[in-house]
Structure formats: structure tokens, C-alpha cells
Design a protein around this ligand. Sequence first.
Ligand code: SAH
Ligand code: SF4
Length: 385
Amino acid sequence: MTDLTLTAPRNAISEVDPALLAAWLDARGEPAYRTSQVLAGAHLPTAASFDDLTDLPRALRADLGSAFDFSSVAGSHVLVADGGETAKAVHELADGQRVESVLMHYPARGRAAARTTICISSQAGCAVACPFCATGQAGFGRQLSPGEIVDQVLHWHRSPWLALGRDWRPGTRTGHYNIVFMGMGEPLNNADRVFEAVRLLNDPGRLGIGARHITVSTSGVVPGIDRMVDELPQVNLAISLHAADDDLRDELVPINRKWPIAAVLGAGRRFAGVTGRRVSLEYVLIDGVNDSLQQAARLADLAAGWLCHVNLIPLNPTPGSRWSGTAAASVSAFAASVRSAGVPVTIRDTRGREIEAACGQLHAQLAGRELPGRSDVRRAEVPVA
Ligand code: SAH
Ligand code: SF4
């Protein structure tokens, strides 16, 4: 018989199995419709605790609060940059591990519509150890549970920052945003839980976020990419390439020693071929390291002739790093060289420099320190302007 007692470890409501929740409610004599009512209520942008689900009986709200975590990232500290267009949270988990997520508003520009992207973490730390990445330098902590992954999204979903666009004015809350697994961690080294988190995010009875609005970014875990083809064919794939020859990539993305460029791009081509979805090749430009026109020509060779595009991102230097980002003029020359081979190229701006928004940076800065304002997240987040 299934054990229905939900005591230790506590479950985040965002990851609870609906059958288990239904049985738990049934054991309390609640009607069957409560399951979907509880799940829908727990994913409302206006709810901050079970107590806010006022269409539920008061006693049930209290019982839910004892059995389930309304959020597994309840201790969160938020910093804002770029005039309100970028907000970053450091989330403290139940065991004291810390992970980061970032909310980015992109105002309409030219023919491009305004959009909002939420960048989330898949692991506390990362074992891949890329030398330009603050997370990689800090080492591996532990895997995140599906609930801890989804709760980063829910944090922003329930936050006033989501409704804010340029000028910090309340915008229209469309409920539409993109999710990228580009925070801390290598998602495909935690594939089972990340895939479960994606299914939870997709669930129309919860947040109902379309798979096409979700992107998994990987340093190149080939078996994980192959699993995405089979299990998540509608999710977008980004591959962090960062170098166009194996010698350099062995240094910049050490997992390359296990799965070299040919293997990773082979998996990328399979993904594009089967799913019909364009793969992003991410390329962080580091001054004097991987930004020569010779690298650009090699990159163009690797990217030409299949369904991919190249995203160029100037390095956001980590504290104490000997490296810096490529200057704008050289970024343009690099982009032009890749484009001349017919490969689509986008140059990304670096967001949130003043709040250390690059992967793992703020975490590194706050290591061992108490998170300011963590006990009063919602009030701390309300804009003062
Ligand atoms: N581990 C996955 C996803 C998280 S990292 C991956 O590597 O793809 C998300 C992206 O941020 C990667 O493309 C990574 O290379 C990039 N990144 C890491 N540190 C950076 C920095 N200091 N400046 C700019 N981009 C960085
Ligand atoms: Fe890990 Fe990605 Fe950072 Fe590399 S860039 S250390 S894979 S999080």
C-alpha cells in the first residue's frame, strides 16, 4: 500500500504528484475537485501562501501549510539593475545551499516585440568547471529537485517585478515569459529532475508554460541532448560552444575532453534534424582568447549548412579573473566574419553588470554571508519609485 503520510522530506506543492495530493485530500474527507483547485490556487500570481487561497476552508489551508512547502525558495534576496529591466534573486534552499535566478525585461525594439525572460538554475554549483564561469569555479554543491527548479519560476511569477517593464511602471501582466536554463549548473547533468521540472512547467493545471518558451542550455552532455530529442522535442536547445577547435575548447569547456566538438555538434544536428527546431550555439567572446578572425572562420565552418544560429556574448568578467570581454568593435568584426558564411548571428548584450548577474557571480560574492532582507521578500521587492 502507498504511504500517504507527507512528513519528511517536505514536498514543494509545485512538484507534488496530483494522485498523491488527491489521496491526501480524500483522507481528509475533501471532495475530488479540491485537487485541481489547490494546484491552480498555488500557481496564482497573487498568492503568497496557502492562507491566500481563500476559496479553501481555513482548516484545510492550515493543514496544507503543515504538509507542503508553498515555496522551497522562500528565503530570497532580490537586487535590481538596468533601470528595473533586470532583477536577480539569490534563493536560499532548506539546507542552506544558494542558487540564483534572473528576470530580464526586453522592451520592444524595431520590429521585435517586448519580451520577458526568466533565467533559472538547475544545480547548486556545477562540476563542469569552465574557467570563465563563477559557478564553475565554486565547484559542485548538489542537484536541485524539480520543485526547487519550478519554485524559482514561481518566485518571479508571484513577484511584482514580473509586471514591471521599462521605467518601473506597472505593465500589463500578460503571463507570457520565456524560461532559460542558463543560471547555475549543467541541466543535462541533472536531466531526470530538469525534465520533470519542464513537464511540471508545461502542465496546464499548473503554470501551463509552452515547451516552445523553454530553452535548455548545455555545455555539451551528448547523451542528455539525445534524450531531449526523444523526451522534450519541443523544448529549445542551446549549446555553449565558446571555441571552434578542440584544443581551446578542452580548456574553456572542460567537458569537451569527454564529448569533443564533433560529438556535440553531431548531437545538435540530430536534434535539429528530428525536431525541426533551430539550435543556438552560444559563444562567449573573451578578449585575446577565442575572438580571433581565425576562430570566427572555423566557427562559421562548424555552423554553416544546418539549422542553427550563433549567439555572441561578450564575457562578463568574474571577480579576480584575468580575462575580459571582447571590445564592441572586435565583436562586430567577429560577427561579420561568421555572417559572411551565411550563418545567422545575434550579438547579445550583457545584463545586470552592477548586480553580478552573470552565472554564479553574486553567489560567489555573498558566500558565507547572511542574505539581507530574506525574511521579507515581498515587501523588499515592491518598487520604491
Ligand atoms: N551549464 C549550462 C547552462 C548554465 S551557464 C551551460 O554552460 O550552457 C549559461 C550560459 O552562461 C553558458 O553559455 C555559459 O557559458 C555562460 N556564462 C558563464 N559564465 C559567463 C560569464 N562570466 N560571462 C558570460 N557568459 C557566461
Ligand atoms: Fe557549468 Fe555552464 Fe558554468 Fe560551465 S558555464 S561551469 S557548464 S554552469
